[in-house]
Design a protein around this ligand. Sequence first.
Ligand code: OAD
Length: 230
Amino acid sequence: MKIVVLTGAGVSAESGLGTFRDKDGLWTKYDLSEVATPEGFARNPAKVHAFYNARRANAARAAPNAAHAALARLQLEHSGEVVIVTQNVDDLHERAGAKAIHMHGALKRAKCAACGARWAAPLVMSPGDPCASCEAQATRPDIVWFGEMPEHMDEILSHLQTADLFAAIGTSGQVYPAAGFVAEASEAGAATLEINLEPSDVTGLFDRRILGPASEVVPQWVEDVISGSK
Ligand code: OAD
């Protein structure tokens, strides 16, 4: 049985990293159009760098929680393929020992807006940083902003086409294309499962749901999958 898992900010919430749309979420404190769009970056790169510098520092201080650990276990112990696609820009899946496809980029990477080169981001980035390759002062976080194309979409869509089970964990279902993955997987014949603190915006599209904090319900679900497939 091939399992495709989509994760969102809810998976990292119990590691102390803020979600976006919950009460107290990042988008209640920051204007998304100022810090998460190419236009916002063109207007005020220092402000955008400050936002991501703070998030990079928080992510570096955070540790993976039991949900990240359980997903790494699933990838290791499940008898079939397990593909983890994440909208998260932290590296907590990797630090728990999992391999994940990052569709919204990574805090740990920098990118040149002029030539497209990518390299490991320093903890603190600033608008004057030169590109490691062409030296243009056009360094930006390697994050997919609103209005930009998410990464690895061909690879992700092909995994959704061949999934037997699609599970979305800790995501509000408000941001496309990720919010459309449940429909893609379902049309291709996969069973679908939502795991979230509360029903998401697209909850009606899933065959079944498990509600609760990810650090509690994901390990239990993983245990059930692994013991059921043995
Ligand atoms: P959201 O903040 O939109 O949604 C987080 C979801 O996690 C909500 O449905 C919460 O109910 C749920 N949640 C919160 N705590 C949880 C917990 N402990 N256990 C389980 N679920 C929990 O975050 P995303 O859906 O990831 O994009 O947001 C998608 C994208 O929007 C992000 O990748 C980001 C953002 O703007 C970019 O920055 C491009």
